[in-house]
Design a protein around this ligand. Structure first.
Ligand code: ATP
Length: 720
């Protein structure tokens, strides 16, 4: 146990955390149930607490100990039993008091003590790269089939072209290869979709379904495959003889084979799944392929799909030599240059930038080569407001919860995506937030929830989920006007989820490119949007790293986010009793944050299973922390993490002692996760682990080794 976690409330005659937790649930469902029992238990309580300076190695005692020192924060939890002094007058306050009295006091460390100083964020005058989204030109100006134009205007309801469409469509209609970069949400799908459909519908000999693929569209994730399929299908409405199809894993291989046998003319696939079919499905052939499109091309390589892409290119080259190739992304990086070299023939480079592009060198003037495209920074949608908040590790969880409550419960019309760095963390936070913020009654009895809570709808999406559930979640979140989607980077690329108002990055992304794609899930096609990046004090320098890529963030204050808790009396400290809270009293805000943290900790410590589950999530976080690239290691280094503090953000009261050997963490001290003498074997293991993590997010769905989270009704035991 760490020194600053010595402020522990040791309580005798406490109900077990588990029984308390279920009582809290009952409080929401049937407020009158168990009232007497809880009142008498509350009266029996004798609250005692240990000295703040408890030696760090001393084990927490559950016995009664003398009061040695009382800090303001201890007041929060201990002194506040005011109900006997000022008895409630009204029925509602009676019930409120009862709930306050029944609040458990097990042990709560000082959330606001011994935290590292929050450094000031200095924002240089970063001039962001900007693109104009729309042009005044209409699609009818292009040389397209009239039915295609009417589909665009009547089915897709689009009037004018976006900048990237205006520049790309004519190039592709001329039969040229292209390398296209334009900001997120600028309409790149139609930029390749329209010329593709125009060219296939106009082929001299009419396409037959049995001809097999004429076009191959590669995308990194299954959801993006589904989305691209949907767009292509719409464009093909008047051209019913051209058949699109999607291969994306998760589906039975047999049924995909059957669809391939029947014939797919525009094949949309994730690379891994396609390679699987190339290797095992006899009826797949590419003799008529005319188009190869790689959307999110840089990501396809990042994921270690390079080998897969090579297999695919070889398969295509073996059967057909002449085809048109297109690579697209909002962030073209070195990887794409490599891919461009092997897949494109004399390409036209298209990048949509405005004057703010900082052309300081003659090389940068020549945007003709993809290498130059990345030097000036990536464009960010004009109406996207980016924020950063620096939060000490211990306060991360409550800050996230307060932010979600503030936006999605106490404000209207917010739809939010929260990014985490691993599947386990998504699962953990999903269930923890459901249990604590919604009282665990989310799915079963929404009508029993306090009215305001009905605005909170949590969903999650990550690579370890069964495909059926992934698709269901995607389809549910897509049209929804509200909701909070917790996810990994599996949702960072390409997904077009309308009306998302906030992107929260709970774990910083591993590259500026990923930052751009994550925030790009909002403020699409000229709309407004907001993003929040949550950093710890030791990570604050990341803001400079973003600035060097022309990414400009403005600071939010943690205290302002936490002040949303003033609107939620479920987290009212006991000493405030029935007193009406006026304005934002910083002390009361801290108290409420502490009550909320206690609720998290109580849930996590409600059983051995939940403790293990939190440790697993913590371990997963630490593992992902070791995978930041070299260039960011000075900011995100495992050694700069304080394990005891980080544990708090997983609802754990103490730094876990028994993390797996590979972690070799030392509780209560800064973590020592790096081997003292890293040898080659360990390096290889690290690489393999990284590959596993990435694969778990993006696997084609055919890798048998990936464990799946089965869909459970009513959200059963965590960690399963
Ligand atoms: N000309 C247009 N007019 C109006 N809306 C458009 C137009 N073109 C595309 N859109 C819409 O803009 C949204 C974003 O398009 P799309 O998903 O193709 O963007 P993107 O550039 O591929 O984004 P990302 O880089 O995130 O993948 C979609 O909802 C699409 O229907």
């Amino acid at each position: 146990m760490e020194a600053d976690e010595g402020l522990i409330l040791n309580v005798s005659s406490l109900p077990s955390p588990e029984s308390h937790h279920s009582a809290e649930h009952k409080r929401f469902r049937k407020p009158s149930l168990g009232k007497d029992k809880w009142q008498s238990k509350a009266l029996k309580r004798k609250l005692q607490w240990a000295d703040e300076g408890t030696p760090s190695k001393q084990k927490p005692k559950l016995s009664v100990s003398p009061i040695k020192k009382c800090t303001k924060e201890a007041d929060i939890c201990v002194k506040g039993n005011l109900s006997s002094k000022s008895p409630p007058k009204k029925h509602s306050t009676d019930r409120q008091n009862e709930s306050l009295r029944s609040r458990p006091f097990i042990k709560t460390s000082c959330l606001f003590k011994n935290n590292p100083k929050i450094p000031e964020i200095h924002r240089g005058g970063v001039k962001q790269v900007q693109e104009k989204v729309f042009t005044s030109d209409s699609f009818s100006q292009l040389d397209l089939h009239p039915h295609l134009i009417s589909t665009i205007t009547t089915v897709l309801k689009m009037a004018s072209m976006t900048s990237v469409q205006k520049q790309t469509i004519p190039v592709l209609l001329k039969g040229k290869d292209a390398l296209v970069r334009s900001q997120t949400g600028s309409g790149k799908t139609l930029a390749y979709g329209i010329p593709l459909v125009q060219s296939l519908q106009g082929m001299k000999s009419k396409i037959q379904r049995s001809d097999g693929p004429y076009a191959l569209i590669l995308v990194p994730t299954r959801e993006l495959a589904l989305q691209s399929f949907d767009t292509v299908q719409k464009l093909l409405k008047p051209f019913t003889w051209i058949v699109p199809g999607v291969l994306m894993g998760g589906e039975k291989r047999k049924s995909e084979k059957a669809r391939l046998r029947k014939g797919i003319n525009i094949l949309i696939s994730t690379p891994g799944r396609l390679v699987d079919h190339i290797k095992s499905t006899k009826c797949i052939h590419f003799s008529r392929i005319q188009w190869l499109i790689m959307d999110e091309a840089d990501r396809i390589l990042d994921l270690g799909f390079e080998k897969d892409v090579t297999v695919i290119l070889n398969a295509l080259n073996a059967e057909s030599e002449r085809r048109q190739n297109v690579l697209l992304s909002a962030t073209l990086t070195e990887g794409v240059t490599r891919l461009a070299d092997i897949s494109l023939h004399d390409p036209v480079s298209i990048a949509i930038v405005e004057e703010t592009w900082d052309r300081t060198t003659p090389e940068q003037e020549a945007i003709g080569s993809p290498a130059h495209m990345e030097e000036g920074g990536f464009a960010i949608p004009e109406k996207l407001k980016q924020h950063v908040v620096v939060v000490p590790s211990k306060l991360r969880l409550v800050t996230l919860a307060a932010f979600i409550l503030g936006k999605c419960k106490f404000e209207k019309h917010h739809k939010m995506i929260v990014f985490f760095s691993s599947c386990e963390q998504v699962e953990f936070h999903y269930k923890l937030l459901l249990k604590v913020l919604l009282g665990g009654q989310e799915a079963e009895e929404p009508e029993c929830l306090p009215l305001s809570s009905s605005h909170l709808k949590f969903l999650r999406l990550h690579g370890n989920m069964e495909q059926e559930e992934r698709t269901a979640v995607f389809q549910e979140f897509l049209p929804s006007k509200t909701g909070i989607l917790l996810c990994t980077d599996v949702a960072a690329r390409g997904l077009d989820l309308p009306q998302v108002t906030w992107i929260v990055q709970y774990n910083a992304p591993a590259s500026p490119a990923e930052y751009i794609h994550r925030i790009g899930r909002t403020a699409r096609i000229g709309c407004h949007g907001n993003s929040l990046l949550i950093l710890t004090p030791s990570e604050a320098e990341y803001v400079n790293s973003l600035a060097s890529h022309k990414i400009n963030v403005s600071e939010m204050k943690m205290e302002d986010i936490l002040s949303s808790l003033m609107k939620d009396d479920r987290f009212k400290g006991r000493r405030w009793g029935t007193k009406k809270s006026r304005g934002t009293n910083p002390q009361e805000v801290r108290e409420r944050a502490t009550v909320l943290q206690t609720e998290f900790e109580n849930y996590v410590h409600s059983g051995e299973g939940t403790v293990q589950w939190a440790k697993k999530a913590l371990q997963s976080f630490l593992r992902s922390y070791t995978t930041y690239p070299k260039t960011l290691k000075h900011i995100f280094h495992i050694k700069s993490l304080h394990l005891g503090h980080v544990a708090k953000s997983f609802g754990l009261r103490d730094a876990p002692q028994n993390l797996s050997a590979s972690m070799a963490a030392s509780p209560g001290k800064k973590t020592k996760l790096q081997p003292k003498r890293p040898d080659l074997r360990r390096k290889t293991q690290g690489k393999r682990r990284l590959a596993e993590i990435l694969r778990s997010e993006y696997s084609s769905g055919m890798d048998s080794g990936v464990s799946k989270v089965k869909r459970r009704k009513g959200h059963g035991k965590p960690g399963n």
